[in-house]
Ligand binder design. Sequence first.
Ligand code: CAA
Length: 387
Amino acid sequence: MSLIQLTDTQRDIQQLARDYAQRELVALAGERDRESRFDRVMITQMAEMGFLGMLIPEQYDGLGLDAQSYLLALEEIAVGDATAAVTLSVHNSLPTQMILNFGNDAQRAQFLPPMARGELLGAFALSEPEAGSDAASLRTQAIRDGDSWVLNGTKAWVSHGNEAGVILCMARTDSSDARKGTKGISTFILTPDLPGFHLTKKENKMGLRASPTLQIVLDNCRVPADRLLGDEGKGLTYALGSLDHGRLGIAAQAIGIARAALEASIKYVGERKQFGKNIGEFQAIQFKIADMATRITASRTLLHAAAAAKERGEKITRFSSMAKLFATETAMWVTTQAVQIHGGYGYVTDYPVERHMRDAKVTEIYEGTSEIQRIVISRETLAAAAA
Ligand code: CAA
């Protein structure tokens, strides 16, 4: 089934996630999508299995897994329900890793154990209505006032922002060069109880409808000074560096969505009869299945090679972007083929493939669009060639 060689632990984690996804997630994924319902029970179940602390060390109540085990679990969860996977990916790859990597001892001790246990869900607030791909142009301001920072601005596209207990928020602490002040951006650990923290617009999305996406308005939001993460002025570097890892998670999610579409197609072509035989007996269909399976396997192989490089401590910016680009474009292509294979039935909600196609689309957009991944890949490739 897979080209990558797994350790016993990795195989066990993969099996645990697969059994859970097939037992608990698949059956209700369509209903959650139709009702745009974020399922807290699902989060509690995944927390009980330790999946909210997959990359958090055991000393902070996490599982302390390697990157590959984490990505294998994410893929299985995404096969069951892509919305569960994005919750896990954002929480595990971005806020928990930022606190682990850049937080001080007190911040780690305060936030990581409840995040690992799933009592606090973590979110990531980088984008703004006018600052998406151009993250460095963000305008939310943080001004120091005694023992606090006062934040004003609007953060956009925050996955599960209304369910989160911890939000890692990038804001401008030095506006001396407003357009390209990449060094004037800092990171703050926000909690929804802070005065001036308001959840506003909930987006009405094409796909991933059971994963809420929020705008957060910070209106003179007073944040204690000890909630500054790491060094003042390094917030953009922290955020972009963390996205190197976040993008691996989105690649795994995309592979899971693509696999769900392939598996649904394999089942369908063995049942659907036209011209007197199963449509799976036609070469036109067999070639589609071959191309879908090949692209999925290539995506997984690239992703796990990038994850292995991360485990070796190598810089993976380029490979993370390649994995995200290739896997997410694969997911869009594979789910489109799956709808085509299902014909009219693929276009209606009787079968899951239309949902898979809608869910796949956003993977080409969030945590950096395909165009941004190409910019990162070309920059890094040219720089490596010049070195
Ligand atoms: N690792 C560490 N540091 C990095 C980095 C990386 N991968 N990439 C850049 N940096 C550092 C740079 O070294 C630089 O630091 P200095 O100022 O100290 O030199 C700083 O960050 C700024 O980098 P650039 O000069 O390269 O910045 P840029 O303005 O040219 O932008 C970009 C580069 C690649 C276009 C970047 O802005 C980008 O990735 N944009 C997309 C943002 C994105 O993915 N947003 C998704 C938000 S999350 C989301 O989707 C919602 C959700 O909840 C899932």
